[in-house]
Design a protein around this ligand. Sequence first.
Ligand SMILES: Cc1cc2nc3c(=O)[nH]c(=O)nc-3n(C[C@H](O)[C@H](O)[C@H](O)COP(=O)(O)OP(=O)(O)OC[C@H]3O[C@@H](n4cnc5c(N)ncnc54)[C@H](O)[C@@H]3O)c2cc1C
Length: 443
Amino acid sequence: MKDLLIIGAGACGLSSAHFAKKAGLDVAVFESSDRVGGKIQTSSIENCFDGNNPNGGGQLIAEHGPLGWLDHEPLLQELCRDLGLTPIESQAADEHRYILHNQRLVPLPLSPGAFLRSALLSLSGKIRFAIEPWANLSDNANESVWAFAARRFGVEAANTFTQAICGGLFAANPRETDMNAMFAPLVGVEHRDGQITRSMRGFARRAAQSGGTAICTFQDGLEVLPLAMAESLSGHVQLESPIDNAHFHNDAWSLYIDGEEVGRGRNLLLTCPAKTTATLLRHLEPSLIDFADAARGQDLTVTTLVYPEIDLAAPLHGFGILGSTDPTFPIQSVQFLHNSFSTHTPRHCAVLRVMTKEPQFDTRELQALLGLPAKPKFAVTHTTPMGVPHYRVGHAQRFEKLEDRLAAWRGLHLGGDSFSGIGINAAVRRGAKIITKILSADS
Ligand SMILES: Cc1cc2nc3c(=O)[nH]c(=O)nc-3n(C[C@H](O)[C@H](O)[C@H](O)COP(=O)(O)OP(=O)(O)OC[C@H]3O[C@@H](n4cnc5c(N)ncnc54)[C@H](O)[C@@H]3O)c2cc1C
């Protein structure tokens, strides 16, 4: 019998397995597909167009899922050290981000001076923003991102920034998105300090002093991480193993495929999407079905486009377009990869990573805005079904209640981004937390 059975070999399942093995636990990971990584997926395209060499030759590292992780998570540093991996960081010189506002690209203001000059808010909107420290406090645990921002910064700022940020980062509607689940640290700052502007300024100052916040990945792309974790867990990860049943009997968990028991363990961690978790555990906790329904996600498509620099009307500076203030704009975000990860892009080319909800988009949407030629020289597209779960208002409370009910089942744990945080950092933090919980229950 194993100490821990894990369903899913994405960032959460594999990092949990890594920390479990490091703590001396015997672990088995079951993955339905024929590869590890889950949403993390990298393609290395050798003969992509090269601006200097029309016959090809420039290499493109295209990330079809996440681009990287924010560098502030010590657990990821520990993971990389354990695996002997050296991350690379996005180039800091090109941190500037734009917001698409009234069909124009407006730089996101990063200093009080830039904020005062910015076209993103009217004068009255700026004054309302500035009196944030005196805004009303609220004990509403089920506030939307938009409602939180409107209460603290005013309606105009909420309309301008929350759509661009929630839409750009999570393809989500800020009026339906749970503030507590998505931006818990900001809610924590409000509870602690009674305001957030000063704390955010302090955070921005400290980040600037330490060289800014970078996005981390690897020379050969992000998939290096799950591949290295799977290699160090060799023999403990079973691919093409779609678990279709889970049962608790005689004080242990059993997993099944087509009626055959494939694993038995004292603890079970599910990191698959909420819908699959609900199917596997509905006989134990029927409310999982409603939970999964509320957290159902949104397909996300990443299109990577390559243009020769000489064909552009003007060079594309900065990190890219964070998001749009217009919810009907068909593009969620655009990253200018040639600035942030030039080692991943062919020389003398502009490389755009465009995120959309629809599987296709018309490149003419970007043509006039960015001064692009009619057609890219190279394009690659990938859709991640249910790419990002949606944490609708009340998600954090629903998850807390669900965990309370599931506590009745010894050794049962929920991970994965349907439940407790979206992103690589959240996945690894959740994995480490669950392993600590298992170890403390054992001691
Ligand atoms: C397009 C896109 C861009 C993103 N950009 C970023 C970014 O830049 N930075 C960032 O930090 N995050 C980003 N994210 C979010 C991030 O990728 C995810 O939050 C994170 O990778 C989720 O990891 P996970 O292990 O929770 O889930 P997953 O990666 O979904 O892994 C779950 C695994 O479970 C397996 N599985 C499902 N059912 C079964 C079953 N029955 N039996 C066995 N296995 C099963 C699946 O095949 C999968 O491998 C992005 C996501 C997308 C889609």
